[in-house]
Design a protein around this ligand. Structure first.
Ligand SMILES: [Fe+2]
Ligand SMILES: [Fe+2]
Length: 144
């Protein structure tokens, strides 16, 4: 049997923080999708839903990576902030996407330093999704 693969503590902490944030936004966007109604909400609720699903897939892919290192992925999301108005919601989401972009740039840097090619590639893909999400929320915010 092969030795269990090892990751640096820095990378494992970042992966767990990433899962927690993915869980947060997937619930946050799903609830925004459910809660919002009204004319403006009609245009954005589909975006909330499809991005919520994308975030759930990110959470799963990152959890698989943690599991590969024989560690247990966290089930605790970082604090979920749904917001009361459509503007509050989209402002918060844009902020969360900016936070994800910063965090995943850090993950990519550490994965590269650790020589973890798979995590490096995974987060390049996820980072590109987050950049799209950021653009979507930024665009929606201009129209609210
Ligand atoms: Fe994500
Ligand atoms: Fe995102």
């Amino acid at each position: 049997m092969r030795e269990p693969p090892k990751a640096s503590k820095a990378l494992m902490d970042l992966l767990n923080e990433s899962v927690a944030r993915e869980l947060q936004v997937s619930i946050q966007y799903m609830w925004q999708h459910v809660l919002w109604s009204g004319v403006k909400g009609f245009a954005v609720k589909d975006a909330f839903k499809s991005i919520a699903i994308a975030e759930m897939k990110h959470a799963e892919a990152i959890a698989e990576r943690i599991n590969y290192y024989r560690a247990i992925p966290t089930t605790k999301p970082t604090p979920i902030i749904v917001g009361d108005t459509l503007e509050e919601m989209v402002k918060q989401d844009k902020k969360d996407e900016a936070g994800a972009i910063d965090l995943y740039n850090k993950v990519i840097e550490v994965a590269k330093k650790d020589g973890d090619e798979v995590t490096y590639k995974l987060f390049q893909q996820i980072l590109s999704d987050e950049q799209d999400h950021y653009d979507t929320f930024a665009m929606l915010l201009e129209d609210i």
